[in-house]
Ligand binder design. Sequence first.
Ligand code: NIG
Ligand code: FE
Length: 416
Amino acid sequence: MKKLLVKNINKLYQVRENIQKPLRGKELNHVPCLENAWLAVEDGFIVDFGLMNDFPGISDWKDLNVIDAENKNVFPCFVDAHTHLVFAGNREQEFEWRLHGMTYQEIAQKGGGILNSAKLLQNTSEEELFLMAKKRVEMLIKMGTGAIEIKSGYGLTMESEIKMLHIIQELKKHFEIPIKATFLGAHAIPPHFQNRKNEYIQHIIDDMLPKIAEENLADFIDIFCEQNYFDYHDTLKILEAGQKYHLKGKVHAEQLSHTAGILAGVKMNALSVDHLEYANEEDLIALKNSNTIPVILPGAAYFLNLPPAPASKMIEYNLPIAIASDFNPGSSPSGNMSMMISLVCVMNKITPQQAYNAATVNAAFAMDLNNMGWIDRGNVANFFLTDKSVTPTSFAYHFAHPLIEEVFINGKKFVS
Ligand code: NIG
Ligand code: FE
């Protein structure tokens, strides 16, 4: 494999050496950078970096591919630790109903929402679904995302949940970025189990999980802990069942109401709890005494007009907040991570530096990666180039502008 040297970088952002843990409290306030720098990549990994003034000369390198950054800036790719990007059709009609005054919950109660997406997905072939998901992943990479977590949960039958997880497995093979698969069978109670929630949970645990584990189709397990969906005890049960197969837990928690999903997640030592609009003081204290990462999803809060999760309070409590897109057809039909940075700054009132760190370093930990999301020797060489004027603040400030000029995945220029 060719070696790559990127020289004449104006600013090399997010350079951090030997990070072992996500950033907390004051650590989130600053984004380190090297000025007038170079970056070297071998076999897809960052092998070295430094200042142009101290350039060592790597004359023993054969097949060296040199890129002159011509004073552009280099940023590590964003990490998107929460998406549902395998889906069929769209929910534009529901969006319009909401604009006319219906709530997300009302639409769900009349068969819209997750059940609508499940019906559409069940009637779409694996091939078609794969092609649509592939296009979405390509689009996200072009927008600077270099690692993605993807959930099932629009299947809700054994067959369709496995179909979704197979598609995610194919995406893992097709793309050279880290992709993690999350089994979200407990996303909603399907119509064929109506009023039989406990039986559906038992079906997930006794039938779906063993098959999924046997085929090695999931890295994590997740549940929607919410009124009319699943509760605290269901969450404990599902996460415990996942643990038997070494699947780390994640919880959709406190999104539309306070349902104790955070407390359940913390109790089960979940990797992350996500959404958190209705998180209270007791939840923040529980998180402070845990290793569970709070993930804020500003796209869903914006799109459903929810109150902002208490992000700055979480930082005060020294919590390692992360942010993710929640890309899905119902509550966040965008996977644009720079837009998410802007939304979280404006709605949740945190600084651009805090938001940028939450979308890179901490987001990597929220998907159990320790070699992505920042620039260090040994890390995956997924990064992008921007104009020299772009700073971490620019992603928030120039919201939704395409600031990213070229994306490199494993040290190779990404072309779809
Ligand atoms: O993360 N909250 C639950 N699940 C998704 C939305 C799913 C949907 O509406 O299709 C979310 O917001
Ligand atoms: Fe979600």
